[in-house]
Ligand binder design. Structure first.
Ligand SMILES: [Mg+2]
Length: 440
C-alpha cells in the first residue's frame, strides 16, 4: 500500500477535474489550451475531487475501505453545488438522514441502482494506493463503488479504473505500452456494456481522439459504460504525457471534468508529481483542508527500509531535482505525522557532509529533506523546529552546521528560520555552497 502514489493520483485527478470543469465556463477555448494558454486561475474542482479526497483520507486512516464509514463521509461532506448529479444528491441526503447506504443506493433509479460514472470518477487514487496488487485494487474498488452505485455497470467501471491505476503506478518510471495497460485490466472485466467498451478500446489504440470518443462515448451520458472505455483508451494512449492526456479529454468534450479526473488520476499515478505541469497544479483550487492537513504535531521516529524506498521515489521539481535521491538511504531519521506518515527526514554526520567539507570536533553536520509534496506550502518553520529540537537533544553541546547550494534561497530561509546564519562559503566540484550554523 502506497499513500504517496494515492496522493499523486489525487493531484492528477483533481487538476484534471478542475481544468475539465473550466470548459463548461463560457469563454474558455480548446484552441487556447492547445496553444499553451490554459484558462485563468483559480480552477475550482467538482464532486469528482471531493469524493476522491474522502476515498484517500479513508485509505490513509484505515488502510482499506470500510463501506459504512465511507458512505458516512461521502454524505457528510457532499456540497451539492460542486456539480453532483441529481441522483447522487438524493442518495447522499438519504444516507445523511440515517437510511442505510445499501437501501439508499439500492433503491435509486427504481431499484436498479445507479450506473452513473460517479463510482469510477473517484477511484483512481484507490488503485494507485494498491499499486501492483490488482486483485486488492479491484475488490476494494467494488466496495467503494457500491455505497452509492449499485448497478453492476458502475461497479465494473470502478474496478476497471482502479486496476488500470494500480498497473499505472506499479510501472512508474518503467515503460508501459498502451496495449499493456488495457491488457492488465482485461482479467478484471465483468461482462456487460462497460467491459465490451473497454475491449473495443483496445482495438482502437492508434486511432485519433475524435474517433475513439465517437466509438466509445465521451461521458455525455454520464454512465459508466459511456465514460470508462474512453478514459482507459486515453490513459493508455497518453500514459507518459499528463498534459496531452487531459487535453485529449477536453478535445473529446462530453463530461470533461469526469473524463479528465479519471484519466488524470491514472496518468499521474504513472508519471508521479513531475508529470503535472506546475502551472496547472498552482491554478487548481487548493484541496479541502481535511484532505491535505499538515499535522498539528510532528513525530520524530526511527528510519525504516520502507522510508528509504519512499524517499527514493520522491522527485523535486525544476532545479531542485539535484536533491533527488535514487538509492534508498539508510541511517536517516524520519519526521512523520502522528500516524507515522513520512513527511521528511534529517541526517547527521557524514551523511550530511558535502564533498570536501571536513568533520570538525564539536560540530554536528545536518542534512534535511522535506517531502516534495509539502515544499513551498508554508510548513518549513514547523518542520525546521521539529528537526532542530531533535538534533539538539541528540547532540547537546555541539554547534549545528548545514550547507545549502548558493542558488537555493528556499533551503537557506528554512535554516535561517530555525536559528542558523551564514558563516562561510564552500566550493566543491564546481558547486558553490553557503555554510550555515546556529553558532558564530
Ligand atoms: Mg464533476
Amino acid at each position: 500500500m502506497t499513500l504517496d502514489f494515492a496522493l499523486d493520483s489525487l493531484d492528477g485527478l483533481s487538476v484534471g477535474d478542475a481544468l475539465g470543469a473550466q470548459f463548461f465556463v463560457p469563454g474558455t477555448s480548446f484552441a487556447e489550451l492547445c496553444a499553451g494558454r490554459p484558462p485563468a486561475p483559480p480552477w475550482e474542482w467538482t464532486d469528482d475531487s471531493e469524493m476522491a479526497c474522502s476515498v484517500v483520507t479513508e485509505l490513509r486512516e484505515r488502510g482499506e475501505i470500510d463501506r459504512d464509514a465511507l458512505a458516512a463521509v461521502f454524505a457528510e461532506r457532499c456540497e451539492p453545488y460542486r456539480g453532483y448529479g441529481a441522483g447522487s444528491v438524493v442518495v447522499l441526503h438519504r444516507i445523511r438522514d440515517g437510511v442505510p447506504w445499501a437501501v439508499a443506493a439500492g433503491e435509486a433509479f427504481d431499484g436498479r441502482g445507479s450506473w452513473g460514472n460517479g463510482a469510477a470518477m473517484r477511484v483512481a487514487p484507490l488503485g494507485a494506493f494498491f499499486a501492483g496488487d490488482p486483485d486488492r485494487a479491484a475488490a476494494q474498488a467494488a466496495l467503494s463503488a457500491e455505497v452509492t452505485h449499485r448497478h453492476p455497470e458502475a461497479i465494473a467501471g470502478a474496478m476497471a479504473v482502479a486496476v488500470a491505476a494500480s498497473h499505472a503506478a506499479a510501472t512508474r518510471e518503467k515503460d508501459c505500452p498502451a496495449d499493456d495497460l488495457l491488457r492488465a485490466v482485461e482479467p478484471y472485466l465483468i461482462d456487460g456494456a462497460t467491459a465490451d467498451g473497454v475491449r473495443r478500446a483496445r482495438a482502437l489504440l492508434g486511432r485519433s481522439v475524435a474517433e475513439a470518443a465517437y466509438e466509445l462515448g465521451n461521458g455525455a451520458g454520464v454512465s459508466a459504460q459511456d465514460t470508462v472505455p474512453f478514459t482507459l483508451w486515453t490513459a493508455a494512449t497518453f500514459l507518459h504525457d499528463y498534459s496531452a492526456a487531459i487535453t485529449a479529454c477536453v478535445e473529446a468534450g462530453g463530461d470533461a471534468d469526469t473524463t479528465a479526473a479519471i484519466v488524470g488520476g491514472i496518468v499521474a499515478a504513472h508519471t508521479g508529481p513531475r508529470g503535472i505541469p506546475e502551472q496547472w497544479l498552482a491554478a487548481r483550487e487548493p484541496l479541502p483542508e481535511w484532505a491535505e492537513q499538515w499535522p498539528p504535531t510532528l513525530r520524530i521516529r526511527p528510519w525504516t527500509p520502507a522510508d528509504g524506498q519512499a524517499v527514493a521515489r520522491w522527485r523535486y521539481p525544476g532545479r531542485s531535482a539535484v536533491y533527488d535521491i535514487t538509492e534508498p538511504p539508510t541511517g536517516y531519521t524520519a519526521v512523520a505525522a502522528p500516524d507515522g506518515t513520512l513527511l521528511g527526514f534529517y541526517c547527521t554526520g557524514i551523511e550530511a557532509r558535502v564533498p570536501g567539507l571536513a568533520a570538525v570536533p564539536g560540530v554536528t553536520d545536518l542534512g534535511v529533506g522535506l517531502h516534495p509534496r509539502w515544499v513551498g506550502r508554508g510548513h518549513g518553520r514547523a518542520f525546521a523546529e521539529a528537526v532542530l529540537n531533535s538534533v539538539r537533544r541528540e547532540h547537546p553541546d555541539t554547534a549545528i552546521r548545514a550547507v545549502v547550494q548558493e542558488w537555493n534561497a528556499r533551503s537557506r530561509r528554512f535554516l535561517e528560520n530555525a536559528g542558523c546564519a551564514a558563516i562561510s562559503r564552500h566550493e566543491a566540484r564546481g558547486i558553490r555552497y553557503v555554510v550555515l550554523s546556529d553558532r558564530d
